[in-house]
Design a protein. Structure first.
Length: 729
């Protein structure tokens, strides 16, 4: 009797829990706070949701997350999407990424097998050497509910040691540890490290590294006045010397939101001090390496006004080569003396092209290599041999939408090119300048995808609201009928000058396998058409970003690809501005929208950890014109009560250090209260994830399944319609 009674109670509790999960959460109550900026009064009814330490706020977020999870799980084809992605993934056997090669031919790389959740760190000597496992994050500090991933790693110059960054649950608050290739772990661990942390010195036992002010992803000072430290193996990290910062170098005028980086250049025995913002151009200082723990005498090489985004040195330390957009929106390459750099007397080596944007440069002992892009969708590569005046265009072994170069250092001839496209999986080649040939050098076995047989990509130019032509990529089954009734998923970004280059994705292939049309508008704010394209979607010109998306949707309707009831849109992070403003400006044009970890309340962004460092891209509320720009791009403040909005799935990560979880929360709360349509406004917070970086394989697949199933459900695909028997409690 006791057993039966306990079982009955257990079943009852499970039933109650299931019903509670399906209960539609109450809309969040309004508690208006009023701010005034330059005479403009703004009412914020959900300011209190910014307090993520308030149990009531967390409870509201969890109730929304539970409800959203229930509704998403009701979509019948969702699990099959995951199964398809798993099946595609198994074909790869394993994937290799983040490859680094030392001067003495030691290969380091992350590798994830098909049956594994996270990548592990391996190394080998030479391309065909025997593989050795160095570090497995799955065995690191085993804690229930914590997923550790390798966020970055840094081999020393001879490949005998490697510093490894490991972060929990997508927080990007990494712990740096050091090991040698024999497997010995050094005792010290350095917390609060982050990307571009470690630059090893020639002794192989010391390095410079970057450190955050706080591991707390909600600490608004987390990224302010970041610092570079010097560390020697065996020393106590708490006693490491602060080497490069606004405090140690007041003469350099490093601003709080600027990010300092130091790296050592072996060939010239020099230190380079870089000062970055989120913009691509930066300041550069140089100093000879004497005492590595002492403050050097920095010499300025160039400033922000020089608009340089990359640089390289030749193998004899004779010349600097700079990639710049100064007086060249599509970029040009200039050079000046290394011993006495003077940009005023620099020589143009590669002039700006009218049709192509130069995307990267690199030097090796044979000469200068550079890559370029036509409209952000067709990649090219060039080689300027030492002593020559005219570069040659390399005949690529495959047609590429994007291309990346890799070299050892400028002292060697080795150069690799990795290429891919919308329907072309990534392939890696080694180039031989003597024979002008490419040798296929894959790091993993290339799988077969017969499903690609009928998938094609079409590149078109679409007129936007102001007549400017916008590149748009359309990926679909070539047998698709242009009857105006196809489901469409549009995805974009449009910020920081980042180019959404063509790349192969089995996730995208999964979406297309259901007959949908996948569309990428290369909107302004990105870098597809050079620096001018970025400037045309930044700060006061930001409206062009979402207006380009709207124009692209109207083009698809005009060309009979689809209609407004069949269009879903998706974008993440800064792409949240794109999605949020598109549906608040034209709610009639879209059936569904999925802003993921999106910047949706830009007027308040400066109060977040990532806000101050992003002011160069979006603006500051301290300046009237930039405040007005921030308000115009603020999706939260453009929600109108009594409006019929499309179905929306808003996502957030509680450990997100880039877009704090309350930004999506406030947007979702206001949209739920304002919406008059029957379309759902779901809000899902992942309490064990951050910005998406550091997610394990399962979490990545589940995220795609949520996006695609929600999009297909609300664009009318019959396989994705929940059963009518399911009740909405």
């Amino acid at each position: 009797m006791k057993t039966s009674y306990a079982l009955s109670i257990g079943l009852l509790l499970c039933s109650i829990a299931a019903v509670q999960a399906q209960l539609k959460p109450q809309t969040a109550p309004e508690k208006v706070t009023t701010d005034e900026y330059f005479g403009v009064k703004l009412e914020d009814p959900y300011r209190y949701l910014e307090n993520l330490n308030d149990p009531k706020v967390v409870e509201w977020m969890k109730s929304n997350a539970n409800y959203a999870r229930t509704k998403l799980n009701e979509v019948p084809e969702r699990e099959n999407i995951i199964k398809k992605m798993v099946e595609f993934d198994k074909r790869k056997e394993f994937v290799v990424y983040f490859v680094q090669i030392t001067e003495n031919d030691k290969y380091f790389y992350l590798k994830r097998k098909a049956n594994e959740e996270n990548g592990k760190l391996y190394y080998r000597t030479g391309y065909k050497g025997t593989e050795t496992l160095l570090f497995d994050p799955n065995t690191y500090q085993k804690e229930k509910g914590v997923n550790y991933t390798i966020s970055a790693y840094y081999p020393n110059l001879d490949g005998s040691k490697v510093a490894v960054e490991v972060a929990p649950n997508g927080s990007e608050s990494s712990e740096l540890m050091i090991m040698d290739v024999a497997g010995k772990m050094y005792p010290e661990k350095i917390d609060r490290c982050w990307y571009a942390s470690a630059s090893w010195l020639n002794d192989g036992n010391s390095f410079y590294y970057s450190r955050l002010n706080s591991a707390d992803v909600t600490d608004k000072n987390r990224l302010i006045n970041t610092k570079i430290y010097y560390h020697k193996l065996g020393d106590d990290p708490s006693k490491d010397v602060e080497f490069f910062s606004s405090r140690t170098n007041p003469e350099l005028g490093i601003k709080p939101e600027e990010i300092p980086i130091v790296f050592y250049h072996k060939n010239s025995n020099s230190l380079f001090g870089l000062i970055f913002t989120v913009n691509s151009n930066f300041k550069l200082y140089m100093a000879p390496l004497n005492n590595p723990a002492s403050k050097p005498s920095w010499r300025k090489i160039f400033d922000l006004d020089d608009k340089i985004v990359n640089f390289a040195l030749d193998d004899k330390n004779t010349n600097f080569y700079f990639l710049t957009f100064k007086d060249a929106p599509n970029y040009k390459v200039i050079k000046t003396s290394f011993a006495n750099p003077d940009l005023r007397s620099s020589e143009t080596v590669i002039p700006e092209s009218k049709n192509n944007t130069i995307t990267g440069i690199a030097m090796n002992k044979d000469g200068l290599y550079y890559t370029a892009s036509e409209n952000g969708i067709k990649a090219k590569a060039y080689f300027l041999a030492k002593g020559k005046n005219q570069p040659i265009e390399l005949k690529l072994p495959i047609e590429a939408g994007s291309i990346e170069m890799q070299m050892k250092t400028e002292k060697f001839s080795d150069v690799w090119f990795s290429m891919e496209g919308w329907t072309s999986p990534l392939k890696r080649y080694m180039y031989n300048p003597a024979t002008n040939t490419f040798a296929f050098q894959p790091m993993s076995k290339a799988p077969e995808y017969p499903e690609l047989k009928n998938i094609v990509s079409k590149e078109v130019m679409v007129p936007s609201h102001d007549g400017v032509m916008v590149p748009v990529s359309i990926i679909y089954n070539k047998n698709t009928k242009l009857n105006g009734d196809n489901p469409v998923l549009m995805t974009g970004y449009g910020a920081y000058g980042y180019s959404y280059n063509p790349h192969f994705s089995t996730a995208m292939l999964t979406y297309c396998s259901y007959g949908g049309v996948y569309v990428v508008p290369h909107v302004r704010g990105g870098g597809e058409l050079g620096r001018a394209w970025h400037e045309a979607g930044r700060k006061t010109t930001k409206p062009n970003t979402w207006k380009d998306l709207i124009a692209s949707a109207e083009y698809l309707i005009k060309e009979k690809f689809t209609n407004p009831k069949r269009i879903a849109i998706n974008g993440g992070s800064a792409g949240g501005i794109l999605i949020g403003r598109a549906i608040t400006e034209r709610p009639d044009l879209f059936a569904a929208a999925i802003p993921e970890v999106g910047a949706l309340n830009t007027v308040r962004m400066e109060t977040t950890p990532g806000g101050p460092v992003n002011t160069p891209e979006f603006g500051t509320i301290q300046k009237e014109d930039e405040f007005k720009a921030l308000l115009e791009m603020d999706s939260f403040h453009h929600i109108k009560k009594g409006t019929s909005y499309p179905a929306v799935l808003v996502t957030a990560g509680m450990n997100d250090p880039r877009v704090t979880a309350w930004e999506p929360a406030k947007f979702a709360a206001k949209l739920q209260a304002a919406n008059t349509s029957e379309n759902p406004i779901l809000f899902f917070t992942d309490f064990e994830a951050g910005h998406g970086l550091g997610d394990n394989k399962t979490k990545v697949f589940e995220g795609y399944a949520d996006t695609y199933s929600f999009a297909y459900q609300h664009t009318g695909h019959p396989k994705f319609q929940p059963s009518k028997k399911i009740k909405n409690y």
